[in-house]
Write a protein that binds this ligand. Structure first.
Ligand code: ATP
Ligand code: MG
Length: 741
């Protein structure tokens, strides 16, 4: 058990009694040390598995921890997020503490906050709504009631997005609306659990007799409310082990603070404090960059900075790349990913797709990367896909499908439906699915997208069955398939490149990491104003950098769209890194640490210059319009029948290849093809999203379809027939495909 640990990690693992605090930088094996500690405690008989509660901050991290514990022979230990641990206890004790059933949990706050604002006669635009919702969350995790919010804002030095009195009004109304409707939100789960444990000593005693030992990962991001809950769980005992890195504090905006980590010794004078500095994750090149970035940090967290020392062999220098525009940046990254994914025998990097990530600051940045990866036929997954099966519309659809499956041939709905996909379309038609998406965006559209993803899943499922030579699947088969996927916690995915925000990447690692869109205004984000907020942005970048084991790419683009004004500047943090150190490395030869210029000159897209509307000639800036090569408003000469044929062909191809449909062509590209109706390869290749590679693979089929012929029999599938990619991936993709229609 202890063999795989260094002496300091071993000290952590063997300190089974009393409080323990591990202060250490990224990749030093904190998570590894605590999982080994638990396993060691269990295997040596000191810790009863069922008496240990390990808490972390994301479902994915909790899932990974459970997996690691199982491997180490410590199954039976609870590893949960604060939220899920609290929810479980609340559900269990609610009937006894309050009576009746626990109120329904509100999936998303935004809508109710909007309603509260409307009641207060305050108009909020989308950004304000997001910011005000953030304020409500902050108030709740800092246990601030509406009346106290304005004073709390002043005291904390926060910059409120609106007049604090107005926000207090919206917050109060929001709480009232929740009560009226008998629902609770995410923070209420913690607040109510705290309330129950505080007021009901009998219940607190029961919980305490169950859990005697607590372990907290990523402790630097604990919120006051979570800390309060932890204190209540612990009572007057001290079997608490916390690990964290103040340099990775990235949730201050939600009220989290590294103070609990940094002051642990003050609160627990007898605590064993261990520091780890050996970085097992990243190469010396990556570590050097990370140290440089943090070397310039200021503030409290920086005082506790630990210089990391890489334990790995050398690797390639991190590559800084400047692009002329965003699509060129995405295209450049996609190409680089393709090189990395190419097998070693063929001169590539031999890195599997699942070991590559593209990380960005805000979720809205994902679109251009999704598009570029899809254009290159690279499968990808967006973080957060695991929530798909938890969405209310997906649950409802599951109930409806199950009902129809049970009724079998007796369900009148299914009378005219010959195959599984048409049956699914008929059933989901009663839940709001329509062949065409509803106009506009928002909740109705989101719901439709989820249902459409289920329809596509059914299509792929039956195509894959057919390709495997099995008989036609029934609704019951599909229901079993959906249950299995949902049961696996998150939707299973194809081996895909991860697209994630920097926040969502916390605690994770990949062989290759691309940090994209590093410009002023994005990192640091425009609304980071105070020194402390800017420092948090630096830490966020540090989290990003330290996710990479070997390959690290940092990039930015000077303008948003091709031909646009080059009014962006690289992030100040990147500029610091490119200082003397980077130039010194570069002068030793090669591109080491230097700046590689990529983009327009080099990329296929850019050779075409600014993209103009085919109809009116206007320069296009919107990514969706650029794909279509016309303004949204300009008349479309789309050949509807051809478009439908192309889509059908695409589903078949995708099923054969065992890949999501967008990896063949995206909706936008098919639309552009059905508008242009190319007669030969030279025309086809000029359409955005086609490219040489796809021309070689699919050109003949597409041209045949355009000419009104049936495509030649497709060659045998050149990949497995795995249908298992997350419906969400396609969902997100198609949602962006159509969202700007
Ligand atoms: P973060 O701050 O990013 O959460 P961490 O400190 O939790 O990082 P881990 O994820 O536990 O770090 O470990 C980083 C990597 O180094 C993992 O791949 C882990 O398996 C490996 N590692 C940690 N300690 C050792 C060790 N003693 N020997 C070999 N590999 C190790
Ligand atoms: Mg960790």
């Amino acid at each position: 058990m202890l063999d795989g640990l260094d002496p300091e990690q071993r000290e952590v693992a063997t300190a089974l009694h009393g409080p323990v605090c591990v202060l250490a930088g990224a990749g030093t094996g904190k998570t590894r040390a605590i999982t080994h500690r638990i396993a060691y405690g269990v295997r040596s008989g000191v810790l009863q598995p069922s008496s240990v509660l390990a808490v972390t901050f994301t479902n994915r991290a909790a899932g990974e921890m459970r997996g690691r514990l199982r491997q180490l022979g410590a199954a039976g230990v609870q590893a949960r997020t604060f939220h899920s641990a609290a929810l479980r206890q609340l559900q269990y004790f609610w009937p006894r503490a309050v009576g009746g059933e626990l109120p329904r949990l509100l999936e998303r706050k935004v809508q109710l906050v909007a309603e509260a604002a409307a009641r207060c006669r305050i108009r909020l635009d989308r950004n304000e709504l997001r910011d005000v919702t953030g304020e409500v969350e902050w108030a709740k995790v800092t246990q601030t009631v509406p009346e106290d919010y304005p004073a709390a804002v002043t005291k904390s030095g926060r910059e409120a997005p609106r007049d604090p009195a107005e926000i207090a009004g919206i917050y109060g109304t929001y709480e009232q609306l929740k009560r009226d409707r008998g629902v609770i939100d995410f923070e209420d789960v913690l607040l109510l659990t705290v309330g129950v444990l505080q007021d009901r000593h009998d219940i607190a005693d029961t919980v305490r007799s169950q859990y005697q030992h607590f372990v907290v990962d990523e402790y630097q991001d604990v919120s006051p409310l979570q800390q309060r809950l932890l204190d209540l769980w612990l009572g007057d005992r001290d079997s608490l082990c916390v690990v964290g890195d103040a340099g990775q504090t990235i949730y201050s905006f939600t009220g989290a603070t590294p103070d609990h980590l940094l002051n642990f010794r003050t609160r627990h004078p007898h605590a064993t404090v261990v520091r780890l500095v050996r970085d097992y994750r990243s190469t010396p090149q990556v570590v050097h960059l990370a140290n440089n970035l943090m070397g310039r940090a200021r503030g409290r967290a920086a005082e506790h900075r630990l210089e990391l020392v890489s334990q790995r062999g050398p690797g390639p220098e991190p590559v800084h790349t400047e692009y002329t525009d965003e699509p060129a940046e995405a295209e450049g990254i996609a190409r680089r990913i393709r090189e990395l994914m190419t097998p070693r025998e063929q001169g590539g990097g031999g890195v599997p797709a699942s070991e590559i990530a593209v990380l960005y600051r805000i979720n809205a940045q994902s679109e251009v990367y999704e598009q570029a990866l899809a254009d290159h036929g690279i499968p990808y997954q967006l973080r957060g896909a695991e929530r798909f099966f938890e969405r209310p519309e997906v649950r409802e659809a599951g109930v409806a499908l199950r009902g129809a499956a049970r009724a079998g041939g007796n369900d009148p709905l299914l009378e005219d439906a010959a195959d599984l996909p048409s049956q699914v379309r008929a059933v989901l038609g009663t839940k709001g699915w329509t062949p065409e998406p509803p106009a506009g965006s928002g909740a109705v559209r989101d719901r439709w997208e989820s249902l459409a993803a289920l329809v596509r899943l059914a299509e792929q499922f039956s195509a894959a069955r057919a390709a495997a030579g099995a008989g036609p699947p029934t609704l019951a088969d599909l229901v079993t398939e959906l249950d299995e996927r949902a049961g696996a916690q998150h939707a299973p995915t194809v081996e895909g490149v991860t697209l994630a925000s920097l926040h969502a990447a916390k605690g994770l690692e990949w062989d290759a990491v691309f940090l994209a869109g590093l410009t002023e205004g994005i990192v640091p984000i425009t609304y980071a104003k105070t020194d402390e907020q800017i420092e948090e942005e630096r830490r966020l970048l540090y989290v990003g950098v330290t996710r990479a084991r070997i390959h690290l790419g940092l990039s930015w683009s000077l303008s948003r769209s091709p031909g646009g004004r080059a009014n962006r500047r690289p992030s100040r943090f990147v500029q610091e890194l490119r200082g003397p150190v980077a130039r010194g490395a570069a002068s030793r030869g090669g591109s080491a640490g230097g700046v590689v210029r990529g983009g327009t000159g080099a990329s296929r897209r850019v050779k075409r210059g600014p993209v103009r509307c085919r109809v009116c000639g206007r320069t296009l800036t919107d990514a969706g319009e650029m794909k279509l090569m016309r303004c949204e408003g300009c008349p479309s000469e789309l050949d509807e029948a051809l478009y439908e044929r192309l889509r059908e062909w695409r589903s078949e191809r995708a099923a054969e290849l065992g890949q999501p449909a967008y990896c063949v062509f995206t909706d936008k590209t098919l639309m552009a093809i059905a508008e242009a109706v190319p007669g030969e390869a030279s025309e086809l290749v000029t359409i955005a999203g086609v490219g040489r590679r796809k021309l070689d693979r699919f050109g003949a089929d597409v041209l045949a379809l355009c000419a009104g012929d049936a495509p030649a029999q497709s060659p045998a599938a050149d990949a497995g027939t795995d249908v298992g990619d997350a419906p969400d991936d396609r969902l997100r993709h198609s949602s962006e495909d159509v969202a700007d229609d």
